[in-house]
Design a protein around this ligand. Structure first.
Ligand code: MG
Length: 334
């Protein structure tokens, strides 16, 4: 018996009957020889960590655009926090932690530069709309690995595509990530807003904090503990009505005070302008994109290729491209 086979056997006996098991996976689009050491889900996690799109998360905005301070979250640190929260829930419920981790690390790979502002720009530009969760699936299925994709298992791709939006994931591991994503962003965006002076401690909604807890750590812990306590033998992961309504209350507060506040408006308009200017430029000059996107243009049309190129960009790459294309560089002495 190989080490991988021993892991697979152990999953069958140790994990909950509700958990996804690597040996029962619906598999990959292109079958490959099994790894002697790692299960298919462990292998998918590693494929994601080693891909280019994962490294780009470092330079993509979470909520605060290109923050000067070193302690603000980026899309990469957000992803790591989601992974940790989702794994804790999965482990406590005896779900498949490897699958959960793979989905979590891949969930935001398709996120645009400039956070949700960039996402909205592309959504307004593309005839069929744009959603980052669907683009994340496209990154792992089509864009990575010079157009070959990462050839991940069905369960990982399903969890990535259904971490947000109307469609729920098919596995409870996917649900762990969907829940963990919300827990992570609400808490760390609140923490960053306090750090940046956008919010003051005394302004926070007292009723919600009474239920959620008074510190960052306490709030995350309480949300996780509530899901674990209420989801022991349910079909889906659930929160108690009290915790859910406190979390919804905090979410409404964050939308009003942080996500949709006036102070962001000017910056949002600039980001939208950059995205739309880049889109029209490359739509008119598709040959100036890197070759991999030119090839997508031949296969799937120019608009799709430009959308892929733009959504792959980091904040700083998009800004630099804009500068290069539209801002005079001035005369410099040789
Ligand atoms: Mg996310």
């Amino acid at each position: 018996m190989t080490i991988r086979e021993a892991f697979e056997q152990e999953e069958l006996t140790r994990l909950s009957p509700r958990a996804a098991k690597a040996v029962l996976s619906r598999g990959r689009v292109r079958p490959v020889e099994k790894c002697p050491l790692r299960t298919d889900f462990q292998r998918d996690r590693d494929r994601i960590i080693h891909c280019k799109a994962f490294r780009r998360l470092k330079y993509k905005t979470q909520v605060f655009l290109a923050p000067e301070g070193d302690h603000y979250r980026t899309r990469l640190t957000h992803t790591l926090e989601v992974s940790q929260i989702a794994r804790t829930i999965a482990r406590c419920l005896r779900l498949n932690e490897d699958l959960t981790e793979a989905i979590a690390l891949g969930h935001d790979l398709g996120h645009t530069p400039f956070g949700h502002i960039g996402e909205r720009s592309l959504d307004e530009t593309m005839p069929e709309g744009f959603h980052h969760n669907e683009q994340s699936r496209r990154v792992v299925e089509v864009l990575e690995n010079d157009g070959a994709g990462l050839n991940l298992t069905w369960e990982v791709r399903d969890g990535i595509a259904c971490h947000s939006g109307a469609q729920f994931p098919a596995t409870l591991e996917g649900e762990c990530v969907r829940r963990a994503d919300r827990i992570a962003y609400l808490n760390h965006d609140l923490d960053d807003a306090l750090r940046g002076g956008v919010l003051r401690e005394f302004e926070l909604p007292v009723d919600c904090l009474k239920v959620l807890g008074n510190s960052h750590g306490e709030r995350i812990n309480n949300m996780i503990a509530d899901i674990v306590a209420n989801s022991q033998d349910t079909e889906h992961l659930v929160m108690s009505p009290l915790m859910q309504s406190a979390m919804d209350g905090l979410r409404d507060f964050m939308f009003e005070r942080v996500y949709r506040d006036e102070w962001r408006k000017a910056e949002e308009n600039r980001c939208d302008y950059v995205m739309k200017a880049l889109f029209s430029y490359y739509n008119a000059h598709p040959g100036e994109m890197p070759e991999e996107f030119v090839l997508i243009g031949y296969r799937e049309g120019t608009a799709q290729a430009v959308c892929d190129f733009l959504s792959c960009m980091t904040d700083r790459y998009a800004t630099r491209q804009f500068q290069k294309l539209f801002v005079p560089s001035g005369f410099s002495q040789f």
